[in-house]
Design a protein around this ligand. Structure first.
Ligand code: ADP
Ligand code: MG
Length: 386
């Protein structure tokens, strides 16, 4: 446990406990969350760990193995959005949001470690928030239900760290189960566990961190949201979720808005199709996974051509993985950088062939070598020891 080793090194004593929270990948449903639609994330085995102990007084002291800065000290009584910047805004934001919800946070020391690449679209920020939330609530003897922790950690990200994300990342980190994906209705906030165990059907999931982050990210994300709102307004709907089929959008004349709508409608449908495949009587088979693969690739084409949020490294990774025998692949996350998820046959070195093909494709173009992670649907945040 490297977080506890870091804790002993920096604080000179044993932690009271160690808590962990996973990152996530999203199987299907991109840019559907803010359109009140569906998403289908699963928790990863890669996670953020927080070793923590109480300390007297009203200070939160944090350090991270992934950050060069020494200890960061935060006064729990003076917390407000904007007061803490840099990575410490995430743990400080959780303390702030807990207190804002009426939970008294104790003084504490936190040492963070992680095997999740940060900024790769695998939600290291939510994992950091959720690991912090479990540590702080345990140190304070606070009994906060998971559903409320989702709201609290999301507030930390949206209001304290200032990143306007939906409900998916924190829900995945706090609610997912091993061998399952989480179907999330972003309108009602209801969620359902859907059996999802590709290994049992001879399939594997490979994450490809393209290591690219293009400048457009923030502006284009805001523009897509505005375009979806405008399309819904012109159609007289409160959100694009209310569109059940493309025919309902026939009155839209603007070609760009039509493409955006087509992505949202078809991606919502693809989420529900994947769920139906996974829940089919008799359980998923190799055929099921081939079908899911086909939907993944369709989603990529939709994100690339209709929603226009893909990036060259993602397109190349998808193309190379498919050429090497992947059943399907798509970019995940908001776009313009981050990771690709590929569904590969587990037998015949399926993942190895895809890795080699993607590595070769990047090398030929002179791009930074991609990073590969095996994605295994895993359990949500929990205590490791203490
Ligand atoms: P993603 O959530 O996709 O990984 P974000 O940009 O939302 O990307 O969050 C990345 C940020 O989260 C980092 O820049 C850093 O501030 C913080 N972070 C993530 N992991 C760690 C860690 N292990 N230690 C310290 N800060 C971290
Ligand atoms: Mg994030």
């Amino acid at each position: 446990m490297k977080a506890s080793a870091l804790f002993r090194e920096r604080f000179g004593r044993e932690p009271d406990g160690v808590w962990l929270a996973p990152g996530r990948a999203n199987l299907m449903g991109e840019h559907t969350d803010y359109n009140d639609g569906f998403v289908l994330p699963f928790a990863l085995g890669q996670r953020v760990t927080a070793a923590a102990a109480r300390q007297p007084g009203r200070r939160l002291t944090v350090c991270s193995r992934q950050e060069p800065s020494d200890l960061v000290e935060v006064d729990l009584d003076g917390l407000a959005p904007g007061r803490v910047t840099g990575w410490a805004a995430y743990p400080a934001g959780v303390a702030w949001a807990l207190e804002a919800a009426g939970h008294r946070v104790p003084g504490g020391c936190l040492a963070i470690d992680s095997d999740l690449p940060a900024g790769a679209g695998l939600s290291s920020s939510a994992a950091l928030e959720c690991a912090t939330a479990l540590a702080l609530t345990a140190l304070g003897g606070l009994d906060v239900p998971r559903a409320e922790l989702v709201t609290i950690t999301r507030r930390a990200e949206n209001e304290f760290a200032g990143v306007p994300t939906g409900i998916m990342d924190q829900s995945a980190s706090l609610l997912c189960r091993a061998g399952h994906a989480l179907l999330l209705d972003c309108r009602s906030l209801e969620s359902w566990q859907v059996p999802f165990d590709p290994a049992a059907a001879g399939a594997g999931l490979l994450l490809i961190n393209t290591r690219a982050r293009h400048e457009l990210t923030d502006g284009e994300y805001g523009r897509r949201r505005a375009e979806c709102e405008e399309a819904a307004r012109r159609l007289g709907l409160s959100s694009l979720r209310d569109l059940t089929g493309l025919a309902d959008a026939d009155s839209l004349t603007d070609p760009v808005l039509r493409r955006r709508v087509r992505h949202v409608v078809t991606d919502n449908q693809r989420v529900l199709e994947v769920v139906a495949l996974l829940r089919a009587p008799g359980g998923p088979s190799a055929d099921t996974y081939r079908e899911i693969g086909r939907l993944l690739t369709q989603a990529h084409v939709s994100l690339r051509d209709d929603f226009e949020v893909s990036w060259p490294e993602a397109d190349a990774a998808v193309e190379a993985a498919l050429a090497a025998g992947a059943a399907g692949a798509r970019m995940i996350g908001g776009g313009f950088g981050g990771s690709v998820l590929a569904l590969v046959p587990a037998a015949h070195q399926g993942s190895g062939r895809a890795r080699d093909a993607v590595t070769g494709a990047f090398a030929r173009r002179g791009w930074t070598a991609p990073e590969f992670l095996d994605a295994v649907p895993s359990d949500s945040a929990r205590q490791l020891s203490g």
